[in-house]
Ligand binder design. Structure first.
Ligand code: 30A
Length: 238
């Protein structure tokens, strides 16, 4: 097995380029404020607290860079411009990562509730297997429907996982994946297909139910509840 990356260093690409249209708000969802802190700063701060992480590349509109500037962070912070599709934003962030990094860890800024242990487990799996993603086994029934909206089948959901972030991959695999997809003009439609296209295996790592992606207005209420619950359990532990 030659899945081991040549370098142990980790660059994080924090995706925070969304426009916020689905939330019906002027502020993009990843910058809505939770208990005084813009959402994308929750995961940003977690990455800065981890010795395994060497730098953070924030993919966001220049209008929001100030949320990450003017502080003395423990690690270098770089910026990249968002692209039209998610994969374009990942590609844009990839241009800024240190070429000597072994692993790239991609995280969605609208997922504020990661902890160091989840990031560590994803990084560890990516070190071992080359690519890894957080996810959860789906706990609901899934239906396959025809274009008119009638149920055609009920797929067996055992073995079906919902993908979350963080995801981590060897830089050389990510570069190769983009060379491959750009060369063939492919739009990858799901979160793992770029690396899968290369015929590489992606290891799933069990994430957490509270690792939600804030997408629609009700998610903000859910996020406030999760944050209160996390704080309560931290209070109990100390
Ligand atoms: Cl980070 C996308 C997309 O952004 C994408 O739409 N794909 C990928 O294969 C990766 C790399 C990766 C996959 C699985 C586990 C870790 C990293 C990323 N984004 N495919 C489509």
């Amino acid at each position: 097995m030659s899945a081991h990356p040549s370098s142990n260093t980790v660059s994080v690409i924090l995706l925070a380029g969304g426009q916020g249209l689905r939330m019906g708000a002027a502020t993009p969802k990843q910058f809505l404020v939770l208990e005084g802190k813009p959402m994308a700063r929750f995961s940003f701060d977690i990455f800065h607290s981890m010795p395994e992480v060497d730098e953070v590349v924030v993919v966001c509109s220049p209008d929001y860079r100030q949320l990450f500037e003017g502080y003395s962070w423990p690690k270098p912070v770089k910026f990249a411009l968002p692209g039209a599709r998610r994969q374009d934003s990942v590609f844009s962030g990839m241009q800024e990562v240190s070429p000597s990094c072994g692993l790239v860890c991609i995280h969605d800024g609208a997922r504020p509730f990661i902890d160091t242990s989840l990031v560590e487990r994803v990084l560890q799996a990516a070190r071992q297997y080359g690519a890894a993603a957080a996810g959860m086994p789906v706990k609901f029934t899934v239906k396959e429907c025809c274009s008119q909206g009638f149920v055609r089948s009920t797929p067996d959901r055992s073995g079906i996982w919902e993908v979350q972030t963080p995801q981590a991959v060897r830089l050389d695999w990510l570069v190769e994946g983009f060379r491959h997809s750009h060369g063939q003009g492919i739009t990858v439609t799901d979160d793992v297909s770029l690396v899968e296209l290369l015929g590489k295996e992606v290891r799933m790592v069990e994430g957490a139910h509270h690792n939600i992606k804030v997408t629609v207005p009700i998610d903000l209420t859910i996020a406030q509840n999760i944050l209160a619950t996390i704080k309560q359990s931290q209070g109990n532990a100390s």
